[in-house]
Design a protein around this ligand. Structure first.
Ligand code: SF4
Length: 439
């Protein structure tokens, strides 16, 4: 093929894929390929797919189908990532217009295919990252060693591979140097960071947080996503509480609240201990905002077990909850379990749990009314009467998954301003920009 000059990357799935795509784009830019907005104009279109659950697989198939249909002469369509790691053959059969298929972690091979001399540009951390807003994701590890029976990630991604601390510090400084005011730490399980690097358990994530906090300085927020319940330790709580720029926000996907279901999921099943760990976190940080996710309709889930989950959610009172229906997956332990439930049951239970959580979320949001919070501004505009308003997030809201804050007043996107919260809705907060900094 003629040497490609332009490319377009389509990213599907989670923030970890965003980070991988950015890595690929850095390689391609290092090889002097230029990004273009419209896939039709690109010499090469690369799709970074998601294969996590059936729904996301279908979205990836559809995106590839569409690009294959609209492909122009001479254009190369390359598909990589989680879906193709599992279903390369199926994808080729379904979309014959695809030219090349790669699995996960083969970004250097994709770049080589596009005539990039990867070895010559290997050391590219100095390149300026493209930021879509004031936040950036920092992927601290990939893969996972956990045995969760509903999850196909270890099959797709393999075992835990932590990025070395030195590399993460450099990357954090590169992102903050480019203007990121918030770094969102992601991984399959952020709390497992370092276990494979031979640095004792205690030096793991808390140690990394210390290093990152110092490396980027107090003006850059650090936010922690995807913590594993049994690794939410007192030491982590103490570190988060002490470091000035680590947000008092924790995302701990718990998946269920019934001991017996958690055992079948091969997740930490000691519900009392999970509750104790959460109590420890809340003792260390009384203003802690907690996010979790649950699965309804896991194989064999009885009405009594589902009720236990409802009781658990009621007792803990999470600020934010994502509820997913169980999605059957080949190559997972749960696929072979007895008692797969009809979709109607899974969906009805999800709806009941979401309805319960909506009330809890409303009540949790209302506790911020009357408080002054720092807000990271993401956009500025005018309301219908022509008055200035800004939109953004405080420590309470993670990008893309939680609500937003809207405030009367003006501030530049990317800045951090004090805001008095005056009202709350189901998910969002509303307030006014203050002249004085938050104390
Ligand atoms: S910890 Fe998360 S990524 Fe790892 S197997 Fe369990 S659900 Fe999957």
């Amino acid at each position: 093929m003629a040497v490609p000059r332009t490319y377009h990357v389509v990213t599907l799935g989670c923030p970890k894929n965003d980070v991988d795509s950015e890595h690929l784009e850095r390689l391609l830019s290092g090889g002097e390929l230029l990004p273009v907005e419209d896939p039709y104009d690109a010499d090469a279109v690369i799709v970074n797919t998601c294969g996590f659950i059936e729904q996301s697989q279908e979205q990836s198939y559809q995106a590839v189908d569409e690009l294959a249909r609209d492909k122009r002469d001479g254009q190369k369509l390359i598909v990589a990532g989680c879906l193709t790691q599992l279903y390369a053959g199926e994808l080729r059969a379904r979309a014959p217009g695809v030219d090349h298929v790669f699995g996960v972690g083969q970004w250097h091979d994709v770049a080589r295919l596009l005539s990039v001399d990867v070895d010559a540009i290997y050391d590219i951390p100095e390149s300026t990252p493209h930021l879509d807003g004031p936040s950036a994701y920092l992927k601290i590890s990939d893969g996972c060693d956990a045995p969760c029976t509903f999850c196909v990630i270890p099959k797709i991604k393999g075992g835990l591979r932590s990025a070395p601390a030195g590399m993460l510090i450099k990357e954090a400084q590169r992102l903050s140097g480019a203007g990121a005011r918030e770094l969102v730490l992601v991984a399959q399980d952020t709390t497992a960071w370092g276990e494979d690097l031979g640095q004792g358990f205690a030096a793991g994530l808390p140690g990394l947080l210390e290093m990152l906090s110092e490396a980027v300085g107090p003006d850059v927020w650090l936010r922690l996503m995807y913590a594993y319940p049994s690794r939410v330790t007192p030491e982590l709580a103490e570190t988060m509480a002490r470091l000035p720029n680590v947000l008092h926000y924790l995302d701990v996907p718990l998946q269920h609240g019934a001991h017996s279901t958690l055992r079948r999921m091969k997740r930490p099943a000691n519900v009392e201990r999970v509750m104790k760990n959460i109590e420890t976190m809340r003792d260390a940080m009384p203003d802690l905002v907690l996010r979790t996710s649950f699965i309804t309709g896991f194989p064999g889930e009885t009405e009594a077990e589902f009720q236990e989950l409802m009781d658990f959610a009621t007792a803990i009172r999470f600020d934010h909850v994502g509820v997913f229906t169980y999605s059957r997956q080949q190559w997972t332990g749960a696929d072979d379990l007895a008692g797969h439930l009809p979709d109607e049951v899974k969906h009805a239970r999800r709806d009941r749990l979401m309805e319960l959580q909506a009330g809890i979320a409303r009540e949790r949001a209302s506790r911020f009314v009357g408080h002054d919070l720092e807000m990271l501004v993401e956009g500025a505009g005018e309301d219908e009467d022509g008055n200035p308003v800004i939109a953004g997030r405080t420590y309470r809201e993670a990008p893309e998954v939680d609500g937003l804050v809207f405030a009367a007043g003006h501030a530049e996107p990317g800045s951090r301003v004090p805001v008095r919260i005056e009202a709350s809705g189901d998910y969002d907060l509303f307030g006014t920009v203050l002249a004085q900094p938050v104390r």
